[in-house]
Design a protein around this ligand. Structure first.
Ligand SMILES: Nc1ncnc2c1ncn2[C@@H]1O[C@H](COP(=O)(O)OP(=O)(O)O)[C@@H](O)[C@H]1O
Ligand SMILES: [Mg+2]
Length: 311
């Protein structure tokens, strides 16, 4: 498919858009899906493209269902006539996952309480099976959280940098990661990256490996850190039963903190975000509470009674 000759209506008639994320557009091409990684100001899209292709190819022989990888192109260009008229850095052509639904948190939150709990429980079991995919070839190559912390440091509230906050955070992260056997982490695990079997609503396949890597298992809970107990308990229970591992409160705090800092960085640099002041303010407040949680535990437990899932 050559996108350079797309124009206006012809484009929308010819091309079925499967989805648009914050940094990618995915189009259908017969039984294939083509994911274009967009050049955006808040991260290195080429790195995302390469990482996604790398882990997708590593997982081709996994028991987990992931799209079959057909080809990768790093030749960027300009997608002229689509809404997001920006440059792209390259594309990945893969199997199109058919007959399954990609949900989002809003879809799930409109379900009955029982169905919601069931969905989170299913995701917990699914996550346990993802973490069993740790390839034998692991050689300490890439930690999801380290990379996020690196990006997060570009978010620069002076108070955090000057106070040595990031140094303390790096040291703490290092000691936490070294204390656990690393697993393969998806890195961006949320409902919209899981294909749910349409009939039974069970997780069936996994997509979107741009943030994948290794690290402590809690890494994959980064989109679930702010859940209330009603939904967190089912996902935690199913994960622990399926994986035989115990989730650790301090590591969950750390994941949530690094992930929130990184999101703040994105908000600063993404044109659509600065207008959403309230969301940014809420996250800022969260950073404070989470850092008290992590460092409270780290430095004598002054704030160690700070509980996760209570806000
Ligand atoms: N292989 C695929 N088959 C079917 N739909 C897909 C496929 N890959 C992506 N999609 C759709 O496109 C959306 C965005 O793709 P994704 O890889 O998650 O991009 P992003 O990195 O922007 O989140 C997905 O949520 C899904 O709805
Ligand atoms: Mg996605």
């Amino acid at each position: 498919m050559d996108l350079s000759d797309f124009n206006g209506e012809a484009c929308s008639q010819r091309v079925e858009c499967l989805g648009e994320g914050r940094s990618a557009c995915v189009y259908a091409e017969g039984d294939r899906a083509v994911k274009y990684l967009m050049a955006v100001p808040y991260h290195d899209a080429s790195a995302l493209l390469r990482r996604e292709a790398h882990y997708l190819s590593q997982l081709q022989s996994a028991t987990l269902h992931v799209p079959q990888l057909h080809s990768v192109s790093e030749q960027g260009g300009s997608i002229k006539s689509l809404d997001r008229a920006r440059g792209y850095v390259g594309s990945i052509t893969m199997e199109r996952i058919q007959g399954a639904a990609f949900l989002n948190h809003r879809d799930v939150h409109s379900w009955s309480p029982q169905d919601q709990q069931q969905a989170f429980q299913d995701v917990g079991s699914f996550m346990a099976s993802i973490h069993k995919e740790t390839p034998a070839a692991y050689s300490g190559e890439y930690s999801v959280l380290w990379n996020m912390l690196e990006e997060a440091q570009m978010y620069d509230p002076d108070r955090l940098r000057k106070s040595g906050f990031y140094n303390q955070l790096s040291q703490k992260l290092m000691s936490l990661e070294q204390g656990v056997d690393p697993v393969f982490c998806h890195g961006d695990l949320s409902f919209d990256n899981i294909a749910f079997n349409a009939g039974e609503r069970k997780p069936e396949a996994l997509i979107d490996f741009a943030y994948s890597g290794y690290g402590m298992p809690e890494t994959d809970f980064r989109h679930f850190g702010a859940l209330n107990k009603f939904l967190f308990e089912p996902i935690k229970g199913a994960y622990e039963a399926g994986s035989g591992r115990q989730l650790d409160e301090e590591r969950l705090h750390m994941v949530d903190l690094v992930s929130t800092l990184r999101l703040l960085h994105t908000c600063r640099n993404m044109p659509a975000y600065p207008t959403q002041e309230r969301e940014v303010q809420a996250m800022d407040g969260r950073v404070k509470r989470l850092s008290e949680g992590v460092f409270g535990i780290a430095y004598g437990g002054v704030n160690s009674d700070y509980g996760l899932h209570n806000y």
